[in-house]
Design a protein around this ligand. Sequence first.
Ligand code: NAD
Ligand code: DAU
Length: 354
Amino acid sequence: MILVTGGAGFIGANFVLDWFRQGSEPVVNVDKLTYAGNATTLAPLSADERHIFAHIDICDAAALAALFARHRPRAVVHFAAESHVDRSIRGPGEFVQTNVVGTFMLLEAARAYWNELDAGEKAAFRFLHISTDEVFGSLEPDDPPFNERTAYAPNSPYSASKAASDHFVRAYHHTYGLPTLTTNCSNNYGPYQFPEKLIPLSITRAIQGEKLPVYGDGKNVRDWLYVGDHCAAIRTVLERGVVGRTYNIGGWNEKTNIDVVRTICDVLDELRPATSGGCYAEQIEFVKDRPGHDRRYAIDASLIERELGWRPAETFETGIRKTVAWYLDNAGWVDGVTSGSYRDWLDTHYARSN
Ligand code: NAD
Ligand code: DAU
């Protein structure tokens, strides 16, 4: 049994669905179901006894302690977080609460449980913390990519909260010996991503005939990682990562935002030509920049390749085609999110108890 947090979110749900495609070890999936948590993504697992869903806030110490005692996981994979930079600028409080306090509460629950294990179970236990390249700050055009020795320099409330959580994870290994691992990855894209992030937002707005907002001059650079590749990397680190270490995970795909949006438009022109007869790129609109907008992120993913043998299978070109096609083929999932009906699951299951 492994314990996953945030497994109803974008990467967490991809990870859980993928986990059951690769093997049969049960998962207890801890999720608060914020606006970003979508239980309908997990519908294929609704009759699967190996998947136990626990509607829990990671800040709830008592609920976490009960969960560890009941399910006795051999590992924790911690995805749960507030993840959207623009939201962190508008309201940083939730980011401190979930990303910092929540991670601390989870570490405390894991430590108390781990302390009671026998020597063999203690040595085998893993706490894998999923973090971001944004903790390293912003690169100049000629800087080398971030590696595992790059100093932390978080610039947004989101990245500051993730940096704080990384430091707590590090401290729990150093001070208490908890067998932790941390991964810092670049921008993910792929199926089931909430359409507030650049790629799903651009795809869904383009199809609806709406403007495609590009911040500033569109020349900010992100390093794109297909979510399926990320899930494979996480499984690799969980199985073979050296305890106490951090691993950078990236797709070797640096792109400017304007190139990303233009590529999406080109793929859509091919797969779903606009009914107006025009090109989707005509919908692009440059808008006011994000405050404190980091100029460039890039990941050097050579350590994980050298030491653990992982490298991404997708190029940006193959991954973006799959992603656009997925959003076109899954209009029901998109409609559920845009109409808000994905929240009905929560109301149906929890209206009386919560
Ligand atoms: P997401 O916003 O799609 O999902 C987050 C999930 O966490 C949701 O299901 C939400 O309900 C849950 N959650 C939030 N607060 C919670 C709480 N207090 N208790 C329990 N559950 C809670 O996020 P994502 O994009 O899937 O990111 C997952 C992790 O990966 C995050 O830690 C994020 O910082 C990190 N990350 C994401 C990216 C990316 O490009 N998406 C890149 C690097 C790192
Ligand atoms: O680098 C990893 C991080 O990537 C993760 O830690 C975060 O959880 C994840 O949200 C993501 O952060 P970004 O801020 O890079 O992602 P976002 O999709 O919000 O924006 C990507 C780039 O596109 C960024 O430079 C801002 C820009 N952008 C974004 C939106 C939503 C636009 O130009 N227009 C938009 O409408």
